[in-house]
Design a protein around this ligand. Structure first.
Ligand SMILES: O=C(O)CCC(=O)C(=O)O
Length: 282
């Protein structure tokens, strides 16, 4: 039997108990953080990318008929296994003002400010929009620690904010975290040799520390850079959509942009500059 995630009052910044739970567990779920515009922005960016993929697959002849309009939860299902061509997580496909705005959501920033401290909140080019299609093996994520994905010896310390765009639970492959696992340091990961190529750790045994994170759009799962986490198969008929973004107060986090991305604080990076780093225009 899996234990329930920590439940906190919906108000931000965090209560004393919330802060203590974060330090003890290395993760925290806070409910109703994001404003409706941020959730709507996620939907817009994901729907635009879905549409583009369906158009491309149709135009290239890979998909003989272009499916008609369908809700975000099912539209991309029409692509079936062809969706694998677009990878297990998306960045370039969803870059735009909506993703910039999600990183700046005021409720999100207030909590990150409390968890991370410092004068400046920095974002990371390493964010992922994830469509987990029904039955899609490619997007089942094995146990890992996020720091393992940064260059060896990286001193980066950061918080990952994981945000669902649709309701998520065990049935559609929500996040699982291992409470307290951030305290044991970085473990040796194995490089998987399958199509997804994830880094992986052995699955921990079931027990009270293994937490299944059922969440609603607007909720945020905050994860320490060393906490063990994973997500299982999507056994439903709808797509599990989410975005995960990374934040720090140290520039070591950045591995792609020409300079630190200041989300909040003195000399914050503006949208035009940020889009320029992705070779996009506002
Ligand atoms: O969204 C998922 O299924 C996995 C997310 C994840 O591993 C992460 O945000 O680091």
């Amino acid at each position: 039997m899996l234990s329930q995630p920590t439940r906190l009052p919906t108000s931000a910044p965090l209560s004393h108990e919330g802060q203590a739970a974060w330090e003890r567990d290395g993760f925290l779920i806070v409910r109703n953080v994001l404003k409706p515009e941020s959730i709507a922005g996620m939907h817009t960016a994901f729907a635009r990318a879905s549409d583009r993929i369906l158009d491309e697959l149709h135009t290239s002849g890979a998909m003989p008929a272009r499916p008609g309009t369908a809700p975000l939860e099912t539209a991309l299902c029409a692509a079936g296994s062809l969706a694998n061509r677009y990878g297990r997580s998306w960045r370039q496909l969803v870059v735009g003002p909506e993703v910039f705005a999600i990183h700046h959501d005021p409720g999100l920033v207030a909590i990150l400010r409390q968890l991370i401290g410092g004068t400046t909140l920095l974002g990371s080019s390493v964010f992922n929009a994830r469509p987990k299609l029904p039955g899609q093996r490619l997007t089942e994520v094995p146990w890992h620690q996020d720091l393992a994905y940064f260059p060896e010896g990286s001193p980066a310390t950061f918080v990952t904010a994981w945000m669902p765009a649709v309701p998520v639970d065990a049935a559609n492959g929500c996040m699982q975290v291992l409470a307290g696992s951030h305290r044991a340091g970085l473990a040796a990961h194995r490089q998987e040799t399958d199509e997804a190529g994830f880094l992986s750790l052995p699955a921990p045994p079931m027990g009270p520390d293994l937490v299944t994170c059922a969440m609603q759009p607007g909720d945020v799962l905050f994860m320490h850079h060393l906490v063990w986490h994973a997500s299982g198969p999507n056994t439903t008929a709808g797509i599990r959509w989410s975005i995960d973004c990374r934040f720090s107060n140290q520039p070591d986090l950045e591995i792609q942009f020409p300079e630190p991305w200041v989300v909040d604080g003195p000399r914050a990076t503006d949208l035009q500059t940020w889009l320029g780093w992705w070779n996009r225009r506002a």
